[in-house]
Design a protein around this ligand. Structure first.
Ligand SMILES: Cc1cc2nc3c(=O)[nH]c(=O)nc-3n(C[C@H](O)[C@H](O)[C@H](O)COP(=O)(O)OP(=O)(O)OC[C@H]3O[C@@H](n4cnc5c(N)ncnc54)[C@H](O)[C@@H]3O)c2cc1C
Length: 388
């Protein structure tokens, strides 16, 4: 090792990381832990954390780290991650580019009855983008109000809420393809978006750099499909409503369920819904209903939520968890990790939980639902250095 390769006292030990600090737009956050960067507030110390302020900086960091075969974690807002404690053998690339650009004058588009396009940097806070579009009188994103995290992560798991998924409003994605090294714009079909997943989820396929969404200039929402939301708004399912009113109503509903981040509310120290709604084969549905009837009686069995979905029937994970005996706040008020007191689908950190506490609770709930009803729950977040 030459003297130029020798790290100074506060410099990262890894020469690849040190060299990246000379790139415009890249800076290091030396002592960061994942507990400080994730909404579950658990996770240990990475080898290094690189904050990347531009798309070019993100590309440079990922390209050089991949070439040197360093394990990389691409990080947005940390709101969909379960990360192991201790020393983590990975370099975190935090995506922080925040450009924002609207296509053309809204007036022209409105007059022509056309959509307009917003192009947003992957590092922009998602809900700030939603708020900005709604304030400008543009509809499209309002049902997705209050979802934590970054713009760039929204296509990763095709985020969805209150009857709308990102797939419905996504126009194009600019990504850095980690296999080919290409920086390119792709259309949504390249992402294979499906219920809470895409080709990007839990893979090293590509890094999202910018995203374009389709908006409607007249300030009208996407059609309201979610019954609870339609009821609150006083509209028939399928009707559109004023986008600003929809945003306000969605935020109210989400707050009531602990699904809007709040430093002072431990019910929001979570990764959101911890399990996806399970999709079972249609022929298995009668057996599940039988097991519900055996445990709880014919009434609940008849009322069990079940919806037609691609691949079979979608059940409600929250309903199954609660009926399997895991109520709000389970297991007890003194447990470091427990179910939210507002929503059984969120596993929460009460302040001192470790990754092991969260994982033990997740296993407990998953196994209990399987035992009670024969239904397998699958976690929604991405697991780093640990697994269920
Ligand atoms: C209180 C709460 C409520 C939630 N409600 C919802 C909800 O209603 N609907 C819903 O769908 N989700 C919900 N979530 C989950 C989460 O907010 C979303 O999945 C969000 O899109 C994650 O964004 P992030 O930037 O925090 O991603 P991170 O947690 O930082 O990363 C998640 C995954 O995406 C990858 N990733 C992040 N950025 C990029 C990028 N630029 N390019 C490539 N890969 C990337 C990461 O490597 C990781 O694998 C909720 C979470 C919380 C805490």
């Amino acid at each position: 090792m030459t003297s130029a390769d020798t790290p100074g006292p506060a410099e990262p030990a890894d020469p690849v990381v040190r060299a990246l600090l000379d790139v415009d737009g890249i800076s290091a956050a030396p002592d960061a832990t994942l507990a400080e960067l994730t909404t579950l507030r658990i996770g240990g110390r990475p080898r290094a954390l690189l904050e990347c302020a531009t798309a070019e900086a993100v590309i440079a960091a990922v390209r050089e780290l991949d070439a040197a075969q360093r394990p990389v974690l691409v990080l947005g807002g940390g709101s969909n991650l379960v990360v192991a404690g201790g020393d983590l053998d990975l370099v975190v690339v935090a995506v922080r580019n925040q450009d924002l650009q609207y296509s053309d004058a809204a007036g022209d588009a409105a007059a022509a009855g056309e959509h307009l396009i917003v192009r947003a940097g992957a590092g922009l806070n998602w809900d700030d983008l939603v708020a900005d579009t709604v304030e400008r009188g543009y509809g499209g994103l309002e049902c997705l109000s209050g979802i934590p995290g970054s713009v760039g992560a929204t296509p990763v798991q095709n985020v969805g809420a209150y009857g709308v998924e990102v797939a419905q409003v996504l126009h194009r994605v600019r990504w850095y393809d980690r296999a080919t090294g290409r920086d390119e714009w792709v259309t949504p079909d390249a992402l294979e978006l499906a219920y809470r997943t895409s080709v990007l989820k839990s893979t090293d396929r590509a890094v999202v750099l910018e995203v374009e969404f389709r908006l409607t200039p007249a300030g009208r929402s996407e059609p309201i499909r979610y019954a609870e939301l339609a009821g609150r708004l006083g509209v028939e399912p399928g009707e559109r409503a004023d986008a600003a009113t929809v945003r306000r109503t969605v935020l109210e509903l989400r707050r009531g369920k602990g699904m809007v981040l709040d430093d002072d509310d431990n019910d929001t120290w979570s990764a959101g819904s911890f399990f996806t709604n399970p999709v079972i084969r249609d022929e298995v549905l009668p057996e599940v209903r039988n097991r519900v009837a055996k445990k709880l009686g014919d009434g609940p069995a008849g009322q069990m939520p079940a919806f037609a979905a691609p691949g079979g029937t979608k059940l409600s994970a929250g309903w199954l968890i609660e009926r399997a005996g895991f109520g709000k706040g389970y297991p007890s008020s003194s447990s470091p990790a427990r179910l939210s007191t507002k929503h059984t689908l969120a596993l929460t950190n009460r302040g001192a939980a470790t990754a092991d506490d969260v994982i033990a609770l997740a296993r407990d709930v998953r196994d209990g639902v399987r035992e009670a009803f024969g239904v397998e729950l699958h976690p929604e977040p991405v697991w780093i250095g640990c697994s269920i």
